[in-house]
Design a protein around this ligand. Structure first.
Ligand code: AP5
Length: 207
Protein backbone atom coordinates (compact mmCIF):
# COMPACT_ATOMS: atom_id res chain seq x y z
CA UNK A 1 0.00 0.00 0.00
CA UNK A 2 1.22 3.51 -0.83
CA UNK A 3 -0.06 6.20 1.49
CA UNK A 4 0.29 9.94 1.91
CA UNK A 5 -0.12 11.67 5.28
CA UNK A 6 -1.37 15.23 4.86
CA UNK A 7 -1.76 17.77 7.64
CA UNK A 8 -0.36 21.00 9.03
CA UNK A 9 3.03 21.14 10.73
CA UNK A 10 2.56 19.52 14.13
CA UNK A 11 -0.75 17.84 13.19
CA UNK A 12 0.77 14.51 14.22
CA UNK A 13 1.88 13.09 10.85
CA UNK A 14 5.17 11.70 12.21
CA UNK A 15 3.45 10.31 15.32
CA UNK A 16 0.82 8.49 13.25
CA UNK A 17 3.27 7.45 10.52
CA UNK A 18 5.26 5.47 13.12
CA UNK A 19 2.12 3.62 14.24
CA UNK A 20 0.85 2.89 10.73
CA UNK A 21 4.34 1.73 9.72
CA UNK A 22 4.47 -0.73 12.63
CA UNK A 23 0.93 -2.00 11.94
CA UNK A 24 1.29 -2.41 8.15
CA UNK A 25 4.99 -3.31 7.96
CA UNK A 26 5.84 -0.60 5.44
CA UNK A 27 8.40 2.19 5.93
CA UNK A 28 7.44 5.72 6.93
CA UNK A 29 9.35 8.19 4.78
CA UNK A 30 9.55 11.73 6.15
CA UNK A 31 11.00 14.30 3.77
CA UNK A 32 11.57 16.48 6.86
CA UNK A 33 13.79 13.74 8.38
CA UNK A 34 15.64 13.26 5.09
CA UNK A 35 16.28 17.00 4.92
CA UNK A 36 17.41 17.17 8.57
CA UNK A 37 19.82 14.25 7.98
CA UNK A 38 21.29 16.07 4.96
CA UNK A 39 21.65 19.25 7.05
CA UNK A 40 23.52 17.30 9.76
CA UNK A 41 26.26 16.33 7.27
CA UNK A 42 27.21 20.01 6.87
CA UNK A 43 27.56 19.53 3.09
CA UNK A 44 26.89 22.43 0.67
CA UNK A 45 23.50 20.83 -0.09
CA UNK A 46 22.81 20.59 3.66
CA UNK A 47 23.62 24.28 4.15
CA UNK A 48 21.32 25.21 1.28
CA UNK A 49 18.49 23.11 2.77
CA UNK A 50 19.02 24.71 6.19
CA UNK A 51 18.58 28.19 4.73
CA UNK A 52 14.97 27.22 3.89
CA UNK A 53 14.02 25.15 6.96
CA UNK A 54 15.37 27.75 9.42
CA UNK A 55 12.91 30.29 7.98
CA UNK A 56 10.03 27.81 7.95
CA UNK A 57 9.96 28.04 4.15
CA UNK A 58 9.53 25.08 1.83
CA UNK A 59 12.61 23.59 0.17
CA UNK A 60 12.37 24.10 -3.64
CA UNK A 61 10.43 21.33 -5.39
CA UNK A 62 13.34 20.10 -7.53
CA UNK A 63 15.59 19.55 -4.49
CA UNK A 64 13.02 17.71 -2.41
CA UNK A 65 11.84 15.60 -5.36
CA UNK A 66 15.45 14.49 -6.02
CA UNK A 67 15.91 13.52 -2.34
CA UNK A 68 12.65 11.56 -2.34
CA UNK A 69 13.43 9.82 -5.64
CA UNK A 70 16.68 8.54 -4.13
CA UNK A 71 14.91 7.21 -1.03
CA UNK A 72 12.17 5.44 -3.05
CA UNK A 73 14.86 3.35 -4.79
CA UNK A 74 15.64 1.56 -1.50
CA UNK A 75 14.61 -2.09 -1.27
CA UNK A 76 12.29 -1.53 1.72
CA UNK A 77 9.97 0.53 -0.51
CA UNK A 78 9.13 -2.43 -2.74
CA UNK A 79 5.89 -3.34 -0.93
CA UNK A 80 4.70 0.18 -0.30
CA UNK A 81 5.39 3.14 1.99
CA UNK A 82 3.92 6.02 3.91
CA UNK A 83 4.89 9.49 2.72
CA UNK A 84 4.99 11.92 5.67
CA UNK A 85 5.35 15.53 4.56
CA UNK A 86 5.35 14.93 0.81
CA UNK A 87 3.79 16.25 -1.36
CA UNK A 88 3.46 19.80 -0.06
CA UNK A 89 2.84 21.67 -3.32
CA UNK A 90 0.76 21.01 -6.42
CA UNK A 91 4.02 20.58 -8.39
CA UNK A 92 5.16 17.82 -6.00
CA UNK A 93 1.74 16.13 -6.29
CA UNK A 94 2.03 16.22 -10.09
CA UNK A 95 5.45 14.56 -9.83
CA UNK A 96 3.90 11.75 -7.74
CA UNK A 97 0.96 11.41 -10.17
CA UNK A 98 3.47 10.71 -12.93
CA UNK A 99 5.74 8.42 -10.88
CA UNK A 100 3.56 6.15 -8.72
CA UNK A 101 0.03 5.01 -7.89
CA UNK A 102 -1.08 6.32 -4.48
CA UNK A 103 -3.76 4.17 -2.80
CA UNK A 104 -4.97 6.44 0.01
CA UNK A 105 -4.35 9.88 1.51
CA UNK A 106 -4.89 10.41 5.26
CA UNK A 107 -5.54 14.02 6.22
CA UNK A 108 -4.98 14.79 9.92
CA UNK A 109 -7.04 17.84 10.82
CA UNK A 110 -5.95 20.09 13.73
CA UNK A 111 -6.69 23.81 14.27
CA UNK A 112 -3.79 26.27 14.27
CA UNK A 113 -4.23 27.24 17.96
CA UNK A 114 -3.79 23.62 19.06
CA UNK A 115 -0.71 23.27 16.87
CA UNK A 116 0.99 26.34 18.32
CA UNK A 117 0.47 24.90 21.85
CA UNK A 118 1.78 21.47 20.80
CA UNK A 119 4.95 22.65 19.10
CA UNK A 120 6.21 24.33 22.27
CA UNK A 121 6.39 20.92 23.96
CA UNK A 122 7.75 18.80 21.13
CA UNK A 123 10.99 16.91 21.81
CA UNK A 124 12.80 15.17 18.99
CA UNK A 125 15.39 12.39 18.83
CA UNK A 126 18.17 13.51 16.44
CA UNK A 127 19.40 9.90 16.14
CA UNK A 128 16.31 7.77 15.37
CA UNK A 129 13.89 10.67 14.64
CA UNK A 130 11.29 9.55 17.21
CA UNK A 131 8.99 12.32 18.47
CA UNK A 132 7.82 12.97 22.04
CA UNK A 133 5.95 15.69 23.91
CA UNK A 134 6.57 17.08 27.37
CA UNK A 135 2.87 16.70 28.26
CA UNK A 136 1.04 14.51 25.71
CA UNK A 137 3.63 11.87 24.86
CA UNK A 138 6.32 11.78 27.52
CA UNK A 139 9.44 9.63 27.17
CA UNK A 140 9.94 7.04 29.95
CA UNK A 141 12.98 8.98 31.18
CA UNK A 142 12.76 12.78 30.86
CA UNK A 143 14.93 14.08 28.02
CA UNK A 144 16.00 10.61 26.77
CA UNK A 145 14.75 8.73 23.69
CA UNK A 146 12.83 5.52 24.62
CA UNK A 147 14.14 3.73 21.54
CA UNK A 148 17.83 4.58 21.16
CA UNK A 149 18.55 6.34 24.50
CA UNK A 150 19.94 9.47 22.78
CA UNK A 151 19.33 12.87 24.46
CA UNK A 152 16.20 14.53 23.05
CA UNK A 153 16.44 17.99 21.45
CA UNK A 154 14.17 20.85 20.36
CA UNK A 155 13.94 21.32 16.59
CA UNK A 156 15.39 24.59 15.26
CA UNK A 157 12.17 25.30 13.36
CA UNK A 158 9.91 24.94 16.43
CA UNK A 159 10.51 28.54 17.56
CA UNK A 160 7.06 30.24 17.90
CA UNK A 161 7.60 32.78 15.08
CA UNK A 162 8.84 30.04 12.71
CA UNK A 163 5.84 27.83 13.57
CA UNK A 164 3.45 30.67 12.64
CA UNK A 165 5.23 31.09 9.29
CA UNK A 166 5.13 27.30 8.65
CA UNK A 167 1.35 27.38 9.28
CA UNK A 168 0.93 30.20 6.76
CA UNK A 169 2.98 28.28 4.18
CA UNK A 170 0.84 25.20 4.87
CA UNK A 171 -2.45 27.08 4.31
CA UNK A 172 -1.14 28.79 1.16
CA UNK A 173 0.68 25.92 -0.55
CA UNK A 174 -0.27 22.54 0.96
CA UNK A 175 -3.94 22.81 1.92
CA UNK A 176 -4.99 23.04 -1.77
CA UNK A 177 -3.83 19.41 -2.08
CA UNK A 178 -6.96 18.33 -0.19
CA UNK A 179 -8.95 19.04 -3.37
CA UNK A 180 -6.35 17.24 -5.51
CA UNK A 181 -6.77 14.04 -3.44
CA UNK A 182 -10.47 14.36 -2.50
CA UNK A 183 -11.41 11.01 -4.13
CA UNK A 184 -8.97 8.91 -2.08
CA UNK A 185 -8.79 10.98 1.11
CA UNK A 186 -9.68 9.87 4.62
CA UNK A 187 -9.91 12.85 7.03
CA UNK A 188 -9.45 12.30 10.77
CA UNK A 189 -9.79 14.63 13.75
CA UNK A 190 -6.21 14.92 15.01
CA UNK A 191 -7.06 16.57 18.34
CA UNK A 192 -7.89 13.31 20.17
CA UNK A 193 -5.72 10.72 21.90
CA UNK A 194 -2.85 9.47 19.72
CA UNK A 195 -3.91 5.80 19.95
CA UNK A 196 -7.58 6.59 19.21
CA UNK A 197 -6.53 8.43 16.04
CA UNK A 198 -4.22 5.56 15.01
CA UNK A 199 -7.06 3.00 15.41
CA UNK A 200 -9.42 5.16 13.35
CA UNK A 201 -6.85 5.50 10.57
CA UNK A 202 -6.12 1.76 10.48
CA UNK A 203 -9.86 0.94 10.44
CA UNK A 204 -10.42 3.52 7.69
CA UNK A 205 -7.63 2.04 5.58
CA UNK A 206 -9.28 -1.42 5.73
CA UNK A 207 -12.52 0.00 4.32
P1 AP5 B 1 8.65 18.31 8.53
O1 AP5 B 1 9.63 17.69 9.40
O2 AP5 B 1 7.88 17.49 7.59
O3 AP5 B 1 7.72 19.20 9.43
P2 AP5 B 1 6.14 19.47 9.37
O4 AP5 B 1 5.33 19.00 8.26
O5 AP5 B 1 6.12 20.92 9.57
O6 AP5 B 1 5.58 18.56 10.41
P3 AP5 B 1 6.16 18.25 11.78
O7 AP5 B 1 7.23 17.21 11.71
O8 AP5 B 1 6.52 19.56 12.44
O9 AP5 B 1 4.87 17.73 12.53
P4 AP5 B 1 4.06 16.37 12.42
O10 AP5 B 1 2.77 16.62 11.72
O11 AP5 B 1 4.93 15.25 11.94
O12 AP5 B 1 3.72 16.22 13.96
P5 AP5 B 1 4.41 15.30 15.08
O13 AP5 B 1 3.95 13.89 14.96
O14 AP5 B 1 5.87 15.57 15.15
O15 AP5 B 1 9.36 19.47 7.65
C1 AP5 B 1 10.29 20.37 8.22
C2 AP5 B 1 10.75 21.34 7.13
O16 AP5 B 1 11.41 20.61 6.08
C3 AP5 B 1 9.64 22.12 6.43
O17 AP5 B 1 9.27 23.29 7.13
C4 AP5 B 1 10.30 22.43 5.07
O18 AP5 B 1 11.22 23.49 5.20
C5 AP5 B 1 11.07 21.15 4.80
N1 AP5 B 1 10.28 20.16 4.02
C6 AP5 B 1 9.88 18.92 4.44
N2 AP5 B 1 9.20 18.29 3.47
C7 AP5 B 1 9.15 19.16 2.41
C8 AP5 B 1 8.56 19.09 1.12
N3 AP5 B 1 7.85 18.02 0.73
N4 AP5 B 1 8.70 20.16 0.31
C9 AP5 B 1 9.41 21.25 0.69
N5 AP5 B 1 10.00 21.38 1.91
C10 AP5 B 1 9.86 20.34 2.77
O19 AP5 B 1 3.68 15.93 16.38
C11 AP5 B 1 3.96 17.24 16.83
C12 AP5 B 1 3.97 17.25 18.37
O20 AP5 B 1 2.65 16.99 18.84
C13 AP5 B 1 4.84 16.14 19.00
O21 AP5 B 1 5.43 16.63 20.19
C14 AP5 B 1 3.85 15.01 19.31
O22 AP5 B 1 4.28 14.21 20.40
C15 AP5 B 1 2.58 15.80 19.63
N6 AP5 B 1 1.36 15.10 19.23
C16 AP5 B 1 1.16 14.35 18.10
N7 AP5 B 1 -0.11 13.89 18.06
C17 AP5 B 1 -0.72 14.36 19.18
C18 AP5 B 1 -2.06 14.24 19.70
N8 AP5 B 1 -3.01 13.52 19.07
N9 AP5 B 1 -2.33 14.86 20.87
C19 AP5 B 1 -1.38 15.59 21.54
N10 AP5 B 1 -0.10 15.74 21.09
C20 AP5 B 1 0.22 15.13 19.92
Amino acid sequence: MKLILLGAPGAGKGTQAARISAALGIPAISTGDIIRSAIKTGSPLGLELKSYTDKGALVPDELVVALLQDRLKDADCENGYILDGFPRTIEQAKFLDRAVHIDRVVNIVVEDEVIVRRMGGRRFCPTCHATFHTVYSKPQVEGICDHCKAPLTIRDDDKPETVLHRLKVYHDQTEPLEAHYADIMLSVDGTRDVEVIASEILEGLKA
